[in-house]
Design a protein around this ligand. Structure first.
Ligand code: GLC
Length: 566
């Protein structure tokens, strides 16, 4: 394949591999802005907010499922892959939206939910009715209840089984998720061809790629006789090839919460599979680090997820639309995170996670919020912001399961937070209390230079000017203090350095930058004017306030003049 590795990639590729230095923003059209006053957000509303997003500085939108759907799992139960849910608009509105985004230099990636369909999908309806239908084999059936039916549920506590009997089919069908989401038989070549067709369709309508849902399950073998699914990694290469043949710079961002020793199977040794993956390993250990004020496991998670092809990239996130899954931490670590951020049973979900949004988890403490986001923007990879987090939006725990963190965007102090003119929003707008739209909304934060929104805009602007984070190699420096993380990135003859103090009290740390010939003697602070000069032994001493952070350029601000092309 084309040589994409390390030093041989030229300056040109910085522009081509756009996702390596992008700012993703994830949103759900139904809860963003409602232009036609029926209480449900729509594409026309979203279009009116493109200038807001442009001003915030994000460069790519990850749009959650918007296709036709009965809506029993936030749209992750699709009943027609080739149509927009009428509540959100038409295909015409969708194309206007992708065009409007493109005009502002914003790319759009959309969810590709092909592990399962809705049980209302005509494919499933026909499959259950007619054993001779070609769609019968598009799903996974068993005449009798397989012995492992009580295993492998993704939503334990809510979902009771992975095999449910269908009275019409007179057979059991497999569903990794809820029972209204029958799994597609993804090993069937016809299903595989249909998946490509779905990708081709949306690519043609202007999207730049896909956030692929539940990848390990899509590629895992399925069937009544399968006790331990085997991943068919080759499928990933076919998807990638097809996409790249159609539109060269489109990408797949994989949702795969897997162990680090299989990461390379997903990226492909030659970078020939998924372009991006969410870094769940770093995510969970980051929350542990915040809870325990101990960064050692986080550094370990970063080291373990370091190997990746040069064209591969991590998606770095704090919270998303799902629960904060802590399933990969040890029991003791998980208890520490629960105690710090979700001590009540009602904060927790599926025996493994926390369903709260970030701001309430951190007690609305501005210092901790800045620390967390500063980390998200400086850990190795590409940051993924969740809508509303730029305002510090909260959650509504009276709503079931994960819906608590999926409330409408809070735009202003107008009724319903300016989300809709209807008095019946699809999900209640958070009102009253510290996180109500009366206090937390975009309009007021725009006016206030010290608001979280304006902080976020400034940090995003700075992040875009530090491509070393997305492209470079990192090294964790020894600060002799487990509460303080020091990271250096090197790329094209330049280095940057970041300090984060996870402790609530101030810490003074001493460290060497680790570069030869005194090249690390001057650290120019990018967010404030407290630069640092090394002592005669090339060591720096920096005093960080509680939850304090620093972004430094190593050397001086002439880095662009010094930057090499290889
Ligand atoms: C993914 C989505 C989640 C959804 C599930 C089933 O895990 O992130 O929201 O419920 O897939 O599609």
């Amino acid at each position: 394949m084309l040589e994409l590795s390390g030093s041989r990639a030229t300056e040109l590729m910085i522009n081509d591999l756009w996702y390596k230095n992008a700012i993703f923003y994830c949103l759900s059209v139904g809860t963003y802005m409602d232009a036609n006053a029926d209480g449900v957000g729509d594409f026309r509303g979203l279009m009116r907010r493109l200038d807001y997003l442009h001003g915030l500085g994000i460069t790519a939108i990850w749009l959650m499922p918007f296709q036709a759907s009965p809506g029993r799992d936030n749209g992750y139960d699709i009943s027609d892959y080739y149509n927009v849910n009428p509540a959100f608009g038409t295909l015409g509105d969708f194309v206007e939206f992708t065009h409007g985004a493109k005009q502002r230099g914003i790319r759009v990636i959309i969810d590709l939910v092909v592990n399962h369909t809705s049980d209302q999908h005509p494919w499933f309806q026909e499959a259950r009715r007619d054993p001779k239908s070609k769609y019968r084999d598009w799903y996974v059936w068993s005449k009798t209840k397989p012995p492992q039916a009580g295993e492998g549920m993704v939503f334990p506590g809510v979902q009771k089984t992975t095999w449910t009997r269908d009275a019409v089919a007179k057979a059991y069908y497999f569903h990794r998720f809820y029972d209204f989401q029958p799994d597609l038989n993804t090993s069937n070549p016809e299903v595989q061809a249909e998946i490509l067709k779905i990708m081709g369709f949306w690519i043609q309508l202007g999207v730049s790629g896909f956030r692929m849902d539940a990848v390990p399950f899509v590629i895992g073998t399925k069937g009544a006789d399968v006790r331990t699914p085997r991943e068919q990694y080759d499928m990933l290469r076919s998807l990638r090839e097809f996409l790249q043949w159609r539109v060269g710079d489109s990408i797949i961002l994989a949702e795969a919460n897997v162990l680090p020793n299989t990461d390379l199977q997903y990226f492909g040794d030659d970078g020939d599979r998924m372009h991006m993956m969410f870094n769940f390993q770093v995510n969970q250990n980051l929350f542990y680090a915040l809870a325990a004020q101990n960064t050692q496991p986080l550094v370990k998670a970063m080291e373990k997820t370091k190997p990746r092809p040069y064209s591969g990239q991590w998606g770095i996130f704090l919270r998303n639309h799902d629960e904060l899954d802590l399933g990969r931490l040890s029991d003791k670590q998980r208890e520490t995170v629960f105690a710090a951020f979700g001590p009540n049973k009602d904060d927790q979900l599926y025996d493994r996670g926390i369903r709260r949004r970030l701001a309430p988890m951190l007690g609305g403490d501005r210092r901790r919020l800045e620390l967390a986001y500063s980390l998200m923007f400086t850990l190795p990879g590409t940051p993924v912001v969740r809508y509303g987090d730029e305002l510090g939006m909260g959650d509504d725990l009276s709503l079931p399961e994960r819906t608590c963190g999926r409330t409408p965007m809070q735009w202003s102090t107008e009724p319903q937070g300016g989300f809709t003119k209807s008095d019946k929003p699809v999900v209640p707008v958070i009102s009253g209390g510290p996180y109500g739209y009366e206090h937390i909304n975009a309009a007021e934060q725009r006016r206030d230079p010290n608001s979280f929104l304006n902080w976020m805009e400034r940090i995003i602007r700075m992040r875009k000017e530090v491509p070393e984070i997305g492209w470079g190699d990192f090294e964790a420096l020894d600060t002799r203090d487990a509460a303080v993380l020091a990271l250096r990135y090197d790329w094209r003859n330049n280095s940057v350095l970041f300090l984060h103090n996870f402790a609530s009290e101030p810490r003074e740390v001493g460290f060497g930058v680790g570069l030869k010939d005194g090249r690390g003697d001057l650290l120019v602070s990018l967010l404030s004017s407290d630069h640092s000069r090394a002592d005669g032994r090339h060591r720096h001493t920096v005093c960080l306030e509680g939850y304090g952070y620093r972004w430094y350029r190593v050397g001086g601000l002439d880095y662009l003049l010094k930057r090499t092309e290889f």
